[in-house]
Design a protein around this ligand. Structure first.
Ligand code: COA
Length: 176
């Protein structure tokens, strides 16, 4: 497969744009990921209104079970700043239902995000990952992200200060 070809299809899974009718399933998967304790500083998933307002429309994708249509994972990105110079910089989140971890859904979602953002002229995708979240660190490394560095005791999560690994993927085709 050439470098910029369509991502390889994943058997039994379809990646498609996120719709409002996916809201309940998306927020459920979000809450399940937060409850596991290593996904984010957030402890409660936002309302659909908050999510919908923050996340860029063209850069929200869901993975669905092709036969049942059930949502099994999602990825979404928001703008990091409204300053012009950062117009091509977004921050993303990716969550896969625990029953479907380890089958390539996360990488398929990241590939969809990389494709939609590069198409729209985004040059940097970034995120923060807790150092304990080795699955996410490996997933992002595999998707072409690099570690910028580790931010020390960046915020409090429940009753402890936690470090955050800042990661980024700089496009080699957009804004080079
Ligand atoms: C992180 C997460 C999205 C990974 O999704 P996933 O669908 O299980 O990942 P994939 O099956 O696509 O795995 C892709 C690669 O990631 C790495 N990876 C995934 N799970 C891993 C694990 N438990 N341990 C180590 N590496 C892992 C592997 O390198 C894997 O590639 P390989 O199977 O060829 O070795 C998922 O664990 C999740 O939803 N966690 C809870 C929410 C969260 O933490 N989100 C990220 C916030 S920064």
């Amino acid at each position: 497969m050439s470098h910029h070809a369509e991502p390889e299809a994943l058997a039994g899974v379809t990646i498609r744009p996120m719709h409002e009718t996916d809201a309940a399933q998306v927020l459920d998967i979000y809450q399940t990921g937060l409850d596991a304790g290593n996904a984010s500083f957030e402890t409660t998933a936002p309302t659909w209104h908050t999510f919908d307002t923050a996340k860029l429309r063209l850069h929200r994708h869901v993975a669905v079970d092709t036969s049942t249509g059930q949502v099994i994972g999602w990825v979404a990105a928001s703008a990091v700043s409204d300053r012009c110079v950062y117009a091509g910089v977004v921050e993303h989140s990716v969550y896969v239902h625990p029953d479907h971890h380890g089958r390539g859904v996360g990488i398929a979602l990241l590939n969809a995000l990389i494709q939609s953002t590069e198409t729209e002229g985004v040059w940097t995708i970034q995120s923060g990952i807790f150092p304990e979240n080795t699955a996410s660190l490996r997933l992002h490394e595999k998707a072409g992200f690099r570690v910028v560095g580790t931010r020390r005791h960046l915020g409090r999560h429940y009753d402890r200060w936690r470090d955050v690994v800042l990661i980024e993927r700089r496009s080699t085709i957009t804004g080079v």
